[in-house]
Design a protein around this ligand. Structure first.
Ligand code: NDP
Length: 292
């Protein structure tokens, strides 16, 4: 069993991004600028935005956060999106989800200029991904594929089972794993809460990607020997430790790791790749690699 070290890979890629940013700054150009819109004060969103800002600073990108109270109206928020769409100093931006209930998140996402949609959530980017055209790929699925690539894990002709069909992880990662490219070229089975005989399906997986949001859901009896396991889940479990909690994934590491050929740990696996992928998308936006 080999651990897939997301921390090491994330650091390597960040160093490479920092080198590219330094070249831009040395050439007296303005560095890539990633902005975020944050509505309300959801603690998980605050944490994510803080780590995004830290990562931007570490690689030499400009980062800004547009903060608004939860009471902001949908119309006002759409106007902020319009502003960022046309602000030439901002190369890419994200709207942190979830949004308050009175705001239609789909309407807000559809308002983003696809060329600045570095989260890859706009229907144009999702459609382009489905068609195999260049697009911004959502950060977590992009990070998963990068990890498989960096570890030289063979995907062609393999059976990839994805647990979870969310728009931000399960569905886009299933598209990536089935596309005509490497990593990809897998036969993909996408499972969700209505799937019957789930364990029968997961036992057929050469590559298992778990993104269901249930701590320790995948157990050793649900996988075959030699499986490659990618654990996307992040759960904060309270305990009696000094910190008062520990982080765990959707996979029961103890029983699954001994049967795996490769496995991502939680923490230290996929999670660290998400922000790196967002930085890579921002660099693409800066260089107008996808939309000229
Ligand atoms: P969602 O809650 O949006 O989606 C969960 C999916 O899992 C749904 O498709 C749901 O099915 C399916 N599901 C739930 N329970 C079962 C079950 N018992 N059997 C089969 N399928 C089930 O979650 P996300 O995709 O947003 O996130 C998944 C996990 O990944 C979470 O733990 C989250 O914290 C983590 N995450 C980690 C990130 C990272 O950077 N590492 C980034 C984003 C998320 P249905 O569609 O039928 O409801």
């Amino acid at each position: 069993m080999e651990l897939i070290d997301g921390k090491k890979i994330a650091e390597e890629i960040k160093r490479e991004i920092a080198r590219k940013a330094a070249e831009i700054i040395d050439a007296e150009q303005t560095p890539p600028h990633l902005a975020a819109i944050l509505v309300g004060n959801d603690p998980a969103s605050e944490t994510y935005i803080a780590s995004k800002e830290k990562a931007c600073r570490a690689v030499g990108f400009t980062s800004s956060v547009y903060r608004y109270p939860a009471e902001i109206s949908e119309q006002q928020l759409l106007e902020v999106v319009d502003f960022l769409n046309t602000d030439e100093e901002v190369h890419g931006f994200i709207v942190q989800l979830p949004l308050p209930r009175h705001i239609d998140a789909n309407k807000v996402i559809e308002r983003i200029n696809p060329a600045k949609d570095v989260d890859g959530f706009h229907p144009v980017n999702v459609g382009r991904l489905a068609l195999g055209l260049p697009s911004y790929v959502p950060a977590t699925p992009a990070g998963i594929v990068l990890l498989l690539e960096k570890y030289g894990i063979e995907t062609e002709g393999k059976h990839c089972v994805v647990l979870g069909r969310s728009n931000i992880v399960g569905t886009p990662v299933s598209l990536l794993m089935s596309r005509k490219a490497v990593p990809g070229n897998c036969t993909v089975t996408l499972c969700h809460s209505k799937t019957t005989n789930l364990a029968e399906i997961t036992r057929q997986a050469d590559i298992l990607i778990a993104a269901i949001g249930q701590p320790g859901f995948v157990t050793g009896d649900m996988v075959k020997e030699g499986v490659v396991v990618v654990d996307v889940g992040i759960h904060r479990i309270e305990d009696n430790s000094e910190k008062g909690y520990h982080i765990t994934g959707d996979v029961d590491f103890k029983s699954v790791a001994p049967k795996s050929s490769y496995i991502t740990p939680v923490p230290g696996g996929v999670g660290l790749m998400t922000i790196v992928s967002l930085l890579l998308n921002t660099l693409k936006a800066y260089n107008r690699e996808i939309y000229s």
